[in-house]
Design a protein around this ligand. Structure first.
Ligand SMILES: C[S@@+](CC[C@H](N)C(=O)[O-])C[C@H]1O[C@@H](n2cnc3c(N)ncnc32)[C@H](O)[C@@H]1O
Length: 222
């Protein structure tokens, strides 16, 4: 498969090599993916031997990074992204210390094949069109257990309907989930930006529950 390789240097030295190609929005590495991938490397949320599921993986940058940090990762996206994900898994397998595979998961559809709930769900730049919000939230509700930590990274965009889509997403999200922003000074020093946010999200279980997983102790060490 031809395209252009985006290199992403790891703290440990070598670089992830992520093939990008022409096609849909999932075929390139978005800035939110870079920010979330490099945030994972800060170690704020322990990933070694944790079960991780990524939604809307695109090129797989975030999930593959998690797999280099020892997580057992399932990348998910639409059928048309599976070939690119397979190439990127193969290109980076030598850096993986956990495990990584890719599966089709279309938001809103049956998720029974993805049980039990993972320790983490990762999402980068998945909030960008209105029709996806309800199905995406349904999928999040069905995939999360009480201990699942969702790390959602998104770019705040000011043009067109983007502010309204973001507002609506946050409103719908807070019906069933508690969320907290990861402060900017906790993001990777180089890969951070005022307009790219990371939310730590946890499912509300009952009244008084649902403390967001903003710290490793609240979320990662179960
Ligand atoms: C803007 S791209 C972000 C890709 C990658 N996470 C990144 O940040 O580089 C959004 C991703 O969501 C996926 N996506 C969009 N709608 C989807 C749906 N209904 N079900 C599953 N994935 C979807 C797209 O295929 C695409 O890979």
């Amino acid at each position: 498969m031809s395209g252009f390789v985006r290199e992403l240097e790891l703290r440990s030295g070598p670089s992830l090599r992520l093939l990008q190609r022409s096609g849909g929005v999932g075929c390139v590495v978005w800035d939110a993916a870079l920010v979330l991938a490099k945030f994972l490397e800060t170690g704020s949320f322990p990933l070694s031997r944790r079960a991780v599921l990524e939604l809307g993986s695109g090129t797989g940058a975030v999930g593959i990074m998690a797999a280099t940090l020892g997580a057992d990762v399932t990348l998910t996206d639409l059928q048309e992204l599976q070939e690119l994900l397979a190439v990127n898994i193969d290109n980076n397998r030598h850096l993986v210390t956990g495990s990584v595979r890719a599966e089709v998961l279309k938001w809103g559809q049956d998720v029974s094949g993805f049980r039990p709930p993972p320790d983490y769900i990762l999402m980068a730049d998945c909030i960008y069109y209105e029709e996806s919000l309800e199905p995406l939230l349904k999928t999040l509700r069905e995939l999360t257990g009480p201990d699942t930590c969702v790390l959602c990274c998104y770019e705040q965009r000011t043009e067109g309907r983007n502010p309204e889509i973001e507002r609506r997403y946050l409103e719908l999200l807070q019906v069933d989930f508690e969320l907290e922003r990861v402060p900017l000074d906790q993001h990777d020093e180089q890969f951070r930006s005022e307009d790219i946010h990371i939310l730590s999200i946890r499912r509300k279980t009952k009244v008084g529950d649902g403390a967001p997983c903003a710290s490793a102790s609240a979320c990662g060490q179960h």
